[in-house]
Write a protein that binds this ligand. Structure first.
Ligand SMILES: Nc1ncnc2c1ncn2[C@@H]1O[C@H](COP(=O)(O)OP(=O)(O)OP(=O)(O)O)[C@@H](O)[C@H]1O
Length: 236
C-alpha cells in the first residue's frame, strides 16, 4: 500500500481567539478524490490552509507527501485554488496563465493544456475581469493545474458553474486521479459528494466522519447523503 498523500494528527487551530479546528485527524490516500464537506464556518478552508501550509496551527501534525506541511519543497508539488480567485483581473486568460506558469517554472505548453482541461478554450483572449463568475472560477482552477502538481487542494472549485460544466470538471478530477494525482475538494453540493471516492465531514471544527459515500449511507441507514450527514450531525 502506498504512503498516504496527507496525514493529519491531533490538529488544533485558533482563529480570531476561537478554536476552529478541534483535534482533527485524517488520512487521504494517493490517487483519490476526497470530498471535504461541512456547513459554512465548519473549518473546511482552515483545514485546507493547514494542509497547504499557510495556516498557523496551535498543535498537531500535518504531513503532506511525506513532508511537514509548509515545507518549501512542497510548493511546486501542490496546486491550491482558494475560494476567491487569485488571478489578475486586467490580464486575458492566456496572459494570466502565462504569467503564473513563468512564476511557477511550469513549461509554457502547460498554458494551452490547462485552458483545454478547464473548458476555457473560447475565452483565452478574454480579459479575466470580464469573465462570468463560473468562468473566473475555472481560470482560478487552471492556475492550480499548472506544473502538473501531485496534490490538488481545491476550495469549492465548481461554485458558479452550470451543471454541464460541473459534470465536465468532475470527469477531469477523476481523470487526474487515475493518473495518480490526489485531489482534496471542498463542496457544499451533495450530488458532488456522491462523486467522491472518500468523504470527510467537518462540523463545528470536528471531523465527524471519514468514509466512502456508500459506507456513510449504509452506516446511517439514510436514503441519501444529505440525510446521512444530518443524521451524523444530530447523533453527536
Ligand atoms: N481571518 C479570520 N480571522 C478570524 N476568524 C476566522 C478567519 N477566517 C475564518 N475564521 C473563522 O474560522 C471558522 C472556520 O472558517 P472556515 O473559513 O475555515 O470555514 P468553512 O467551512 O471553509 O466555511 P465556508 O463554507 O463558509 O467557506 C469560522 O468560525 C470563521 O469565522
Amino acid at each position: 500500500m502506498d504512503e498516504p498523500a496527507i496525514v493529519v494528527e491531533g490538529l488544533r487551530v485558533r482563529r480570531g481567539g476561537q478554536e476552529v479546528l478541534r483535534d482533527v485527524g485524517l488520512t487521504v490516500r494517493r490517487g483519490t478524490v476526497t470530498g471535504l464537506l461541512g456547513p459554512n464556518g465548519s473549518g473546511k478552508s482552515t483545514l485546507m490552509r493547514s494542509i497547504v501550509g499557510v495556516q498557523i496551527v496551535e498543535s498537531g501534525q500535518v504531513t503532506v507527501l511525506r513532508r511537514p506541511a509548509g515545507s518549501p519543497e512542497l510548493r511546486r508539488r501542490i496546486g491550491y485554488a482558494t475560494q476567491d480567485p487569485a488571478i489578475y483581473a486586467d490580464l486575458t486568460v492566456t496572459e494570466g496563465l502565462r504569467y503564473f506558469a513563468a512564476v511557477l517554472g511550469a513549461p509554457p505548453s502547460d498554458v494551452d493544456r490547462v485552458i483545454t482541461q478547464t473548458g476555457l478554450t473560447a475565452s483565452g483572449k478574454t480579459v479575466i475581469g470580464r469573465l462570468s463568475g463560473g468562468q473566473r472560477g475555472r481560470a482560478n482552477l487552471a492556475v492550480a493545474l499548472l506544473g502538473t502538481p501531485e496534490l490538488l487542494v481545491l476550495d469549492e472549485p465548481t461554485v458558479g458553474s452550470d451543471p454541464e460544466l460541473r459534470d465536465e470538471l468532475w470527469q477531469l478530477f477523476h481523470h487526474l486521479a487515475e493518473t495518480g494525482v490526489t485531489l482534496l475538494i471542498s463542496s457544499h453540493v451533495m450530488d458532488e459528494a456522491a462523486r467522491c471516492d472518500e468523504l470527510l465531514l467537518l462540523h463545528q471544527g470536528k471531523l465527524l466522519a471519514q468514509a466512502a459515500p456508500e459506507v456513510l449511507r449504509e452506516r446511517t441507514g439514510a436514503p441519501d447523503l444529505e440525510q446521512a450527514f444530518l443524521r451524523l450531525i444530530k447523533g453527536r
